[in-house]
Every structure is written in structure tokens, then in C-alpha cells.
Write a new protein. Structure first.
Lengths: 106, 136
């Protein structure tokens, strides 16, 4: 079992590729890996409870840890998140780098 | 946490993408933790360390250069190198040679250097971990 950090920088309304990235997270998790999905930059727009982002909602409670970058949220005035998504500092990326986890950026 | 060696590849040009804001935030954390940092500045990112970048005024808002306080990436890189050194780490910042030649940005701030993708390969082999931040 490997540990993955998947960093998503785009919002799903900007690019259909985002859906594939969510599916990559799901696939890695279902294959027995430990997966963290970090939403940064415009990707945090999908974390709002009012956002029409069913593919992200479907990842909640699947065992994938979903985080949203605190700075990106603050920049965009987002204070409420979907249940199951946690606010995190950018330091979390360095934590994963230090631990030798596999890190992908989209 | 013991000192690590981490390689970051950047591709975005200065003043365009939020990717670089995030990248500099990451580099700041790494420098504060005292890690050794390798940066391979590829494609548009090869202009990040260009020494002739200059801050500008904002005549629309009636601000002079000092009041506008426009940040330049060359100054951010200089500050990054100083921060890493202060915390016991070092930064090896390599600017892709072909990329800088194409763009005419071959004059770099101090303690950054010219290189090639072969340096990125060497960085990867010698690092504890690697993060590639691609363009969109």
C-alpha cells in the first residue's frame, strides 16, 4: 500500500479533467492505497456546500481524506465547506514530501 | 524532522499563474524547515530569476514605485535563498539554458545558475522527493 497526495488546482466548472482526477483518487483508494486529495487555488470553489459538484461529494466518506487550502479559501471568501472536507495549511504538502509519499499536481 | 532534499520543477512564467503563488508558499515552508531545495525552472519559469525585472508605479491609482511596492519574482527568489541559508538549508536554483536563451532572460540574480534538463534528472536521483508543478 502506498500513500498518495493528489493536489487539485482547478475547479470542476473550468475543466472536465477534474472529474477524471477525482476518479483517479477513487481508483487509488479502492486499490488499497492511502489517498489524500488537497484542493488548492480555484479547486476550493467545489468545496462550497452550494456548489454543484456531485463527483466531489461522492468522494466524501469513501476513505479519501479531502482537504482545502486555507489561503485559497480566504482569498475567495469561502467560510462554509461540505461536511467531510477539512481546512488545511499549505504545510501539509511539505509534510507529505518529507514522508516520501507520492505527490501529483493537476 | 531531519533535513531532507526536495526537488521542485516549475514551468509557469512570472506574473501569470496562481501556480507560482502556491509554489512560493511551498518553497517558503521548506526553507523555514531547513530543507535543501532544488528548483528546476523550465520553460516560462526560466524568467523568474531574470535580474532585469523592475518594480513599476501604478499611475491609474496615483502610486509611485515605492507606494505600489510591486513584488518581483527575482526578489522573492533572493529572499528564499536567504531564508533557506538562515535555517541551515540551501537552494540550488537552475534555470533551463535553452529556455532562457529563447526568452532573452539569461541574466540571473546571484546564486542561481544556468543548467539543462539533465540537472533535473540529477536532482531527482539525489532527492528524497520531487514535485512537478505543470502549466495548465
Amino acid at each position: 500500500m502506498a500513500e498518495y497526495l493528489l493536489i487539485e488546482s482547478r475547479d470542476p466548472f473550468e475543466s472536465n479533467d477534474v472529474g477524471y482526477y477525482y476518479e483517479l483518487a477513487r481508483g487509488l483508494s479502492e486499490a488499497g492505497n492511502q489517498v489524500t486529495l488537497l484542493l488548492i487555488q480555484n479547486a476550493v470553489l467545489a468545496s462550497r456546500p452550494s456548489a454543484q459538484a456531485p463527483q466531489l461529494r461522492a468522494l466524501v466518506s469513501t476513505g479519501i481524506k479531502i482537504l482545502a487550502d486555507d489561503f485559497a479559501l480566504q482569498e475567495r471568501g469561502i467560510t462554509k465547506l461540505l461536511d467531510g472536507i477539512q481546512i488545511a495549511p499549505i504545510d501539509v504538502v511539505v509534510d507529505h514530501l518529507e514522508a516520501g509519499h507520492k505527490i501529483l499536481w493537476h | 524532522m531531519p533535513q531532507k532534499t526536495i526537488t521542485i520543477a516549475l514551468m509557469d512564467p512570472p506574473y501569470e499563474s496562481e501556480n507560482l503563488t502556491t509554489a512560493f508558499r511551498l518553497l517558503d515552508v521548506m526553507a523555514r524547515r531547513g530543507h535543501n531545495i532544488n528548483v528546476f525552472a523550465y520553460e516560462g519559469a526560466s524568467a523568474l530569476a531574470f535580474a532585469k525585472q523592475a518594480p513599476h508605479p501604478n499611475p491609474v491609482h496615483g502610486k509611485n514605485v515605492a507606494e505600489e511596492n510591486h513584488p518581483t519574482t527575482k526578489d522573492q527568489i533572493t529572499a528564499l535563498l536567504a531564508l533557506a541559508a538562515k535555517n541551515g538549508g540551501k537552494v540550488d536554483w537552475v534555470n533551463c539554458g535553452m529556455c532562457v536563451d529563447e526568452r532573452g532572460v539569461g541574466e540571473f540574480v546571484a546564486d542561481t545558475r544556468r543548467g539543462s534538463p539533465a540537472d533535473f534528472h540529477s536532482f531527482c536521483e539525489a532527492s528524497d522527493n520531487v514535485l512537478v508543478i505543470p502549466t495548465k
